[in-house]
Design a protein around this ligand. Structure first.
Ligand SMILES: *[C@@H]1O[C@H](CO)[C@@H](O)[C@H](O)[C@H]1NC(C)=O
Ligand SMILES: *[C@@H]1O[C@H](CO)[C@@H](O)[C@H](O)[C@H]1NC(C)=O
Length: 256
């Protein structure tokens, strides 16, 4: 291993440490929901004037959300089979939280897509755009993120909807951040049509405003009845749409 590689893996390790230490967080994927937080909504919940408690998890290190240049990660294997090699490369003990995060992310990336979906883990801008090209048939892509909150904004408070704008109906690819020594996003595309994206302007009780992106899955008929979001809304699969905030760590890809 040359000096350059060692140097590189030290930076990666540092990023991973920061990430794993980075607070608890409500993850919709992991199904942990604080009951009094509005983690899932109907389209009408986003109407102007409604007030809901939202949780915006703090993000310790926004730079960890940025992709590495492809040539820096191209030669690092990305598979569960290579886990022992990866742990040596990143100098991690198999019992460490960082090792568990790596293992979990690789499992997510190697799992079969949900029924009615195609999915892909992107480890670089190039692989993100490549997946978008396969889905949209064009590499002209708009990438949306929800803004980061300022440090002084309480992570949980009531917000009132000031404005709600439907910006897109059609094909879309939500990409969820995965903890890993470098940026990895799990992207998925639902084959059902008509999903919607909104930009919603919210004013918090403390006066701060934030304008996150909301995604509404309009056809939930093939979803698992036990899915935490459907249970939170008290709906059966297919009974209603299901909307949620796009967490600031995630990205939403739309055709341009
Ligand atoms: C939000 O408002 C409701 C109704 O006024 C109140 O019961 C609740 O405690 C508030 N939540 C927060 C986090 O301030
Ligand atoms: C919802 O999706 C299912 C496939 O998952 C499809 O059979 C059904 O026709 C769709 N419903 C509507 C209203 O588009």
């Amino acid at each position: 291993m040359g000096n350059e590689v060692v140097y590189c893996s030290c930076i990666l390790l540092l990023l991973l440490l920061v990430e794993v230490g980075g607070g608890v967080g409500v993850s919709m994927e992991q199904g942990q929901v604080i009951p009094w937080i509005k983690a899932y909504s109907l389209i009408k919940d986003l109407d102007v004037g409604n007030t809901w408690p939202f949780y915006f998890p703090p993000i310790q290190d926004p730079t960890s959300l940025e992709f590495f240049p492809e040539d820096q990660i191209r030669d690092i294997p990305f598979s569960s089979e290579a886990l022992p090699q990866l742990l040596r490369f990143f100098s991690l003990s198999p019992d460490s939280p960082q090792a568990r995060a790596i293992k979990q992310t690789l499992e997510v990336c190697e799992s079969e897509p949900e029924v009615g979906e195609v999915s892909h883990c992107a480890t670089s801008v190039e692989s993100l755009i490549d997946f978008a090209r396969q889905v949209f048939g064009s590499d002209r892509v708009t990438i949306l993120r929800s803004p980061l909150l300022s440090d002084s904004t309480p992570p949980v408070q009531n917000y009132t909807v000031l404005e709600s704008k439907e910006i897109w109906t059609g094909k879309m690819i939500p990409c969820h951040y995965q903890p890993y020594p470098y940026a990895v996003y799990h992207c998925h595309f639902e084959l059902v049509s008509g999903n919607k994206a909104f930009i919603v302007s919210l004013r918090g009780d403390n006066g701060d405003t934030v304008t996150p992106v909301f995604i509404c899955h309009v056809n939930t008929s093939s979803w698992d009845a036990n899915y935490v979001g459907l249970r939170a809304l008290g709906r059966k699969p297919g009974e209603s749409e299901l909307c949620h905030l796009l967490p600031a760590k995630d990205q939403l890809l739309l055709p341009k």
